[in-house]
Design a protein around this ligand. Structure first.
Ligand code: FAD
Length: 422
């Protein structure tokens, strides 16, 4: 039987960051795919560069960004001021909706303003009741007008779930909160800054950040096409499709429910639900709308919830889009039918006119957004403690069953290996 001190499952951002930043070099990275990258893979086709889904980067830790850039020689990285809008009843409104209600027709503006005011200002002197879930949080903080025009339909299209099932803080720092002062102030001086108001993007695509991490890992240590299939927690032995490996520590970035099944660990499977996202990357023969990077679509009649414009990041002269459609996990997906509907919807929205589609690619990300609920939070924490006691650490967006960015994945991996090395 092979034996390593650190066995790492997954050669995405989390797994490779664990391998790159740890002092322990007696390690193996198992990756079931034939390529590294996980969800940060990049597709290059017919002169277009696309990711699995639009991956734009916004680093808060400048040291991490500098570390990565130092390992990307010759790679031009674009710094972009994000411009995002919302398609609402045939008009474009600046994102986030809650800070731009003054751009609505006057009657709708007044309704949203009155609703948000009275949602937050209690006239009877009592304390507001606690918000029990995400939907209640939206009503309580933004009122019916804003919630029902944008926040609820948009997020239900994305998450493909009743928002009352999600935890109040299901989106964490990724939710663009705004209080009454922000909303009123924004009417005169636009400040639509959100968590990713400015972003960077390497010309070679998201995979360039993955390659930077992989450059610090000996190639022979990354085992492509090797899937972790079961784990004997007591014996600390992992079984793959190729062999058995004894480990001292196992760091896994595979989705937590799959890890629990592999480890045969009793758990409440109903605590874990998620959506999947069908992504179309579409290349056209000529330019489309300029000066926009993201458009959000709350209209339930439109198949997609958001589209992004690579050509406006790259200053390219041909429209290059990614289009995201949310589905319930387990729902059937007819890719060809969905593509035809996407093209019709893009035309109806005026994004394309007589454009000719010259290249296309699609991928289903499953899981894409995990449903963070009270139950999932408690079960993830409880199971994490049991796994840790057996030298197993479940990390990353899906191992940690959370909502995060690649920078968060790197920070988490750095902290974990710092604990190991301490
Ligand atoms: C729609 C969407 C848009 C996003 N946009 C952004 C963005 O703009 N900016 C940003 O910073 N982040 C974004 N993210 C988040 C980002 O993609 C993730 O945080 C990051 O890719 C997660 O990396 P990971 O290594 O934790 O997981 P993954 O990328 O899922 O990697 C896990 C790896 O484990 C492998 N694996 C799974 N099971 C096994 C097994 N049994 N044996 C061996 N290998 C296995 C998989 O093949 C995969 O390679 C987005 C995510 C989504 C879904």
């Amino acid at each position: 039987m092979d034996s390593v001190r650190h066995l790492i499952c997954g050669a995405g951002i989390s797994g490779l960051a664990t391998a790159a930043f740890g002092k322990e070099k007696d390690l193996l990275v198992l990756e079931k795919d034939l390529e590294i990258g996980g969800y940060c893979k990049t597709v290059k086709q017919d002169g277009f560069t696309w990711d699995y889904s639009g991956h734009f980067f916004h680093f808060k830790h400048k040291d991490i960004e500098a570390w990565l850039r130092a390992r990307m020689p010759g790679q031009r990285i674009r710094d972009v001021q994000k411009k995002s809008t919302i398609s609402y009843k045939g008009k474009q409104i600046d994102f986030p909706f809650q800070k731009n209600i003054h751009q609505l027709p006057q009657d709708e503006f007044i309704e949203c303003l009155v609703d948000v005011y009275f949602a937050r200002t209690r006239t009877d002197g009592t304390a507001p009741p606690p918000e029990k879930n995400f939907k209640e949080m939206l009503y309580a903080r933004f009122g019916r007008g804003i919630a029902e025009r944008f926040l609820i339909p948009y997020n239900e299209k994305l998450y493909a779930v009743d928002l009352a099932e999600l935890d109040r803080d299901a989106m964490g720092r990724f939710f663009p909160h705004a209080d009454l002062n922000d909303i009123i102030r924004n009417m005169r001086t636009a400040d639509n800054a959100s968590y990713n108001a400015a972003f960077t993007y390497p010309e070679g695509g998201a995979i360039e950040y993955v390659k930077a991490l992989a450059s610090e890992v000996e190639t022979s240590r990354i085992c492509l096409g090797e899937e972790l299939q079961s784990i004997d927690l007591r014996a600390r032995v992992a079984k793959t499709n190729k062999r058995e490996i004894h480990f001292e520590r196992l760091v896994s970035s595979m989705p937590l429910p799959a890890l629990l099944r592999a480890a045969n660990l009793a758990h409440d499977a109903a605590a874990f639900s998620w959506n999947k996202v069908l992504v179309f990357n579409l290349g056209f023969d000529k330019k489309g709308p300029k000066d926009v990077h993201w458009i959000y679509y709350p209209d339930r009649a439109r198949s997609f919830y958001r589209i992004g414009f690579y050509d406006n990041i790259f200053d390219a002269d041909r429209l290059s889009l990614y289009v995201e459609l949310g589905y319930k996990h387990g729902a059937p997906v007819n890719v060809e039918e969905a593509k035809q509907k996407v093209l019709r919807d893009l035309r109806a929205e005026g994004v394309i006119t007589d454009h000719k589609l010259v290249s296309s690619h699609s991928v289903v990300m499953d899981p894409a957004y995990v449903h963070i609920t009270q139950k999932s939070i408690a079960e993830t924490a409880r199971l994490g403690r049991i796994l840790n006691a057996h030298g197993v650490y479940s990390i990353g967006r899906y191992g940690g069953w959370t909502y995060c960015s690649i920078e968060d994945n790197i920070v988490e991996a750095q902290r974990l290996v710092a604990d190991f090395d301490a």
